[in-house]
Design a protein around this ligand. Structure first.
Ligand code: NAP
Length: 257
């Protein structure tokens, strides 16, 4: 038995990368899951895999976190048995391009800000009131070391992750008189589909991101999320920064090439 057994965990962006690894890691601990993302087919196959391997309860919701009405309606539609949410993982997010900020298109700017910032706010606003009914819960936001210091070509993404940091800090203040906890997890380079999305399917550019380094895996991040949320309820990790060895910060990477 562990602290996470039987808990209900709501994950955004559960179909790929860090979110998917978190889903598998929580299921292994015996947590029940609400998995959300835009790709319904991937949610269905992950649900089937988790039930078959771990025998946990899984509910899926196709949600685009950019759409506040979609978020509200889908969260309201949860069956009563899934409304006691213990852990929220605000993970859905992306970067688009690596150009100077003033060259970004309005469409790309909207996608990054609406997903990484507004999506996190909509989801949090719909779930925290459910947690407050039980005076219990843990909100984990996937920030980034990109939110600590900007890097070349990352101004918009870095600004979105700085917003994740500020929001996490402010929410922790808002909830200080409750039992709810808030943790901002800030990874460096993690090898996922993140770079493929950033470079709009250009595989060569995406692969170059990880060339000559031993990047973090999504499982590495999931292990840290599990650690932070499995601690006794009097312990709140406010922030955790993690990088692969040979990455010092968002700008400084040693590549073995
Ligand atoms: P990923 O492999 O591209 O996965 C992103 C996930 O987010 C997918 O499941 C995607 O699912 C979902 N998603 C994207 N837009 C969405 C939307 N509008 N509504 C709902 N779901 C959406 O990326 P990742 O590397 O795992 O990134 C996860 C988080 O970690 C992000 O917040 C990212 O900024 C952060 N992070 C990543 C790295 C890194 O190096 N990879 C480093 C630091 C922080 P669908 O396409 O099915 O919707």
């Amino acid at each position: 038995m562990n602290n996470l057994y039987g808990k209900t965990v709501f994950i955004t962006g559960a179909t790929k990368g860090i979110g998917r690894s978190c889903a598998l890691a929580y299921a292994e601990k015996g947590s029940n899951l609400i998995l959300t993302a835009r790709s319904g087919d991937l949610l269905d196959s992950l649900k089937e895999e988790l039930i078959r391997k771990y025998g946990v309860k899984v509910y899926t919701l196709v949600i685009d976190v950019q759409n506040s009405a979609d978020v509200e309606n889908k969260v309201n539609s949860l069956p009563e048995s899934f409304k006691n949410i213990d852990i929220l993982i605000n993970n859905a997010g992306l970067a688009l391009g690596l150009d100077k900020a003033f060259l970004a298109t309005p469409t790309d700017i909207d996608a990054v800000i609406d997903t990484n910032v507004k999506g996190m706010l909509y989801i949090t606003s719909s779930i925290v009131p459910l947690m407050l009914k039980n005076n219990s819960g843990h909100i984990v936001n996937l920030g980034s070391i990109a939110g600590d210091a900007a890097y070349a070509g990352g101004a918009i993404y870095c600004a979105s992750k700085a917003a994740v940091k500020s929001f996490s800090d402010g929410l922790r203040i808002d909830l200080v008189d409750t039992n709810l906890r808030v943790t901002n997890i800030k990874p460096g380079l993690v090898e996922t589909e993140f770079s493929k999305v950033r470079f709009k399917g250009d595989i060569e550019k995406a692969n170059n991101t990880y060339k000559g380094i031993n990047a973090l895996t999504p499982d590495d991040v999931a292990n840290v999320v599990i650690y932070a949320t499995g601690l006794p309820e009097n312990v709140q990790l406010t922030e955790i920064a993690m990088t692969p060895n040979h990455q010092a910060d968002g700008r400084t990477v040693h590549r073995n090439i």
